[in-house]
Write a protein that binds this ligand. Structure first.
Ligand code: CP
Length: 334
């Protein structure tokens, strides 16, 4: 999509999705559209600091059934930067406690005129279920260990800003692959854009079966570090594990934490990413988390641009009539 198309204020006609449920089912071109739109919004808002009015009159509800610092705040800010109203639905103080079903709750919110729901839930597939029952847009903000599409997009956006092109880049996803929705969204997005993906972690958290998707599996971080252009360091998701997958956190950190010594053996321009929250001393040491190659806070900043793009593409005005290549939309972005 061009800057001109954004200026005309309508979602590009080739973008046909009302929901963003996962990256697995998006085409490479659709992922590129999301990333290009994020770039345009970042530029059009001076790095996401300036407000636009392209979603004036739109109401977004955030439905978070799991804790969040980054994703929820980022979606709320992104929506406000676009001119939308934001409702923060609190599950604990809602009538869910009186026995109302999740679907009925969502339908009631829809009846109040909400235009899109941003959903985080511990059960995989919850956003997909909601999308079957609601006529408004549904955006997956993390469904259990399944997917976290906007995290995958913002990670890829951050890599692309530095490397330009992902084709041929080697990206190591290190840590708790078994329970990580971020790993899955990264995996699909990176593979579709031509990156080489290495999944690395203990055998209890990185199954050999992943090879069937065409990715490399390694249980030896020291062996893969020198080959990687990017390392994305994933948190151990203790809250999703029934049994401890390694003898001790100390042993895990000894084998899989990114340390200064390992950094010395890496390419000098290795990019360090982590989706957060980070556990300093477990998947990454403090000195690596804060080193110049660390893009961890840059990822968070880019999350705003990516979520602006997602909200606009899913909720923005669709062109119905076009004259001389221009849309009928009235609002303007610039
Ligand atoms: N990365 C991420 O999803 O962070 P939160 O859980 O804080 O939203």
């Amino acid at each position: 999509m061009s800057t001109a198309a954004l200026a005309h204020e309508t979602v590009p006609s080739h973008w046909r999705h009302r929901h963003l449920l996962d990256l697995e089912r998006l085409t490479p071109d659709e992922i590129r559209t999301l990333l290009d739109t994020a770039t345009l919004f970042k530029e059009a808002t001076d790095g996401c600091r300036r407000k636009l009015s392209v979603l004036n009159g739109t109401t977004i509800v955030t439905l978070f059934f799991e804790n969040s610092t980054r994703t929820k705040t980022s979606f709320a800010l992104a929506a406000r930067r676009l001119g939308a109203d934001v409702i923060d639905f609190s599950a604990s103080s809602s009538s869910l406690s009186k026995g109302e079903s999740f679907i009925d709750t969502a339908k009631n919110l829809e009846a109040m005129g909400v235009d899109a729901a941003v959903v985080r839930h511990q059960t995989p597939g919850t956003p997909h279920l909601l999308a079957q029952h609601l006529s408004v847009g549904v955006i997956n903000a993390g469904d259990g260990p399944h997917e976290h599409p906007t995290q995958g997009l913002l990670d890829i956006f951050t890599i692309k800003e530095r490397l330009g092109d992902l084709a041929g880049a080697t990206v190591g996803l290190v840590g708790d692959i078994a329970h990580s929705r971020t790993a899955r969204s990264n995996l699909w997005g990176l593979m579709k854009l031509g990156a080489k993906v290495i999944l690395c972690g203990p055998p209890t958290l990185v199954s050999e079966r992943w090879r069937e998707l065409g990715v490399e599996v390694s249980h030896d971080l020291d062996a893969i570090v020198p080959r990687c252009d990017v390392l994305n360091l994933l948190r151990i998701q203790f809250e999703r594990q029934n049994t401890r997958p390694f003898p001790s956190v100390r042993e895990y950190a000894h084998l899989y934490a990114m340390t200064r010594d390992r950094l010395k053996r890496a390419k000098k321009d290795l990019l360090i990413l982590a989706p957060g929250p980070i556990n300093r001393g477990v998947e990454v040491t403090a000195e690596v988390a804060d080193c110049p190659q660390s893009l961890i806070l840059g990822q968070v900043a880019n999350g705003l641009a990516v979520r602006m793009a997602v909200l606009w593409l899913t909720c923005g005005p669709r062109s119905t009539t076009r004259t001389g290549g221009e849309s009928s939309s009235a609002t303007r972005i610039y």
